[in-house]
Design a protein around this ligand. Structure first.
Ligand code: R5P
Length: 310
């Protein structure tokens, strides 16, 4: 087995390599003067089972292109099997035609990863489970929830816990977490009554007296999250925290979250944490390196990965 890492999240790739006790393969990813990407795999991969670790995170286009070019280089170097390990799968939010003449970028990206020569995909918490079906190659969609469950057990009183989905689309994910603690579930229904008016947040469920945990796949601008926190506190929640797999946290999101009433935001290292994340008082990062490392070991050993979902 060989592990190859792109530039999107070297610390995560190194942590996965440490878990598996094998070094990252020597590989150089450089730029031509005009910023085109040039990849050179600096060791023999002929006949190897190769795992390319690369999140298609900001700058998404560069990191995606880097992944594609690495896969192409590996295919032309006669790797036996190439697995694209994409801890954060970007472009996933455009997963259906949301309006006339709009793209389905998640499908387009799935097509080009396949076309580049990937034989398998390993990813974490896809924005929508159905995106798995956008690929015609075996695709494992791992869940960060088991990692979060352990952290919640350590940090919360389970008997006063309420799990909350910040929008209707995330109910299945939130219900899954609620079931693990036998906790009640609330849902936030966002509505914009008229164009140009701000969204109204209706809390479905009685949150008064509960310690609320918001769960979602992505926190980007932090708008969804901070509005949800305000609505829950207004509804009488004693405190609100959030567990969100992919900390995209664009622009001033961390500052917005730091100055909110949220107790804590817990994300994973599927994306490289920025300096703002590292210094934020109420943001913590859980590692998914052992989860990915174990999934890679089992894939390579042709063993089941389904027990990692428990
Ligand atoms: C939306 O469907 C996603 O699950 C997230 O709720 C959304 O991407 C969060 O975006 P933001 O942080 O910009 O509100």
């Amino acid at each position: 087995m060989k592990l190859v890492a792109g530039n999107s999240n070297r610390p995560l790739a190194e942590a996965i390599a440490a878990y598996l006790n094998i070094p990252l393969a020597k590989c150089s990813v450089r730029r031509f003067a005009d910023m085109e990407i040039f990849v050179e795999i600096l060791e023999n991969v002929r006949g190897e089972d190769v795992f390319v670790i690369q999140s298609t995170s900001y700058p998404a286009n560069d990191h995606l292109m880097e992944l594609l070019i690495m896969i192409d280089a590996l295919r032309r170097a006669s790797a036996k099997r190439i697995t694209a390990v994409v801890p954060y799968f970007g472009y996933a939010r455009q997963d259906r035609k949301a309006g006339p003449r709009t793209p389905i970028s998640a499908k387009l990206v799935a097509n080009i990863i396949e076309q580049a020569g990937a034989d398998r995909v390993l990813t974490v918490d896809l924005h929508a489970g159905q995106i798995q079906g956008f690929f015609d190659i075996p695709t494992d969609n791992l869940y960060a929830q088991p990692v979060m469950v352990e952290d919640i057990k350590k940090n919360f009183k389970i008997d006063k816990l309420m799990v909350v989905s910040p929008d209707v689309g995330g109910v299945v994910r939130a219900r899954g977490l609620a079931k693990r603690f036998d906790a009640p579930l609330a849902i936030i229904d966002k509505r914009r009554e008229r164009a140009g008016e701000s969204e109204v947040m209706n809390v479905i469920g009685e949150v008064e007296g509960y310690s609320c945990i918001l769960v979602d796949d992505i926190v980007d601008s932090g708008g969804t999250l901070c509005n949800a926190v305000d609505a829950l506190l207004k509804g009488g929640a004693t405190d609100v925290s959030a567990y969100i797999t992919h900390g995209v946290l664009s622009g001033g999101a961390v500052a917005r979250i730091s100055s909110s009433e949220m107790n804590s935001l817990v994300i994973t290292d599927s994306l490289l944490p920025t300096e703002a994340v590292r210094v934020a008082q109420n943001v913590r990062v859980l590692t998914i390196a052992p989860l990915l490392g174990e999934a890679i070991a089992r894939t390579s050993g042709e063993k089941s990965v389904s027990s990692l979902f428990d």
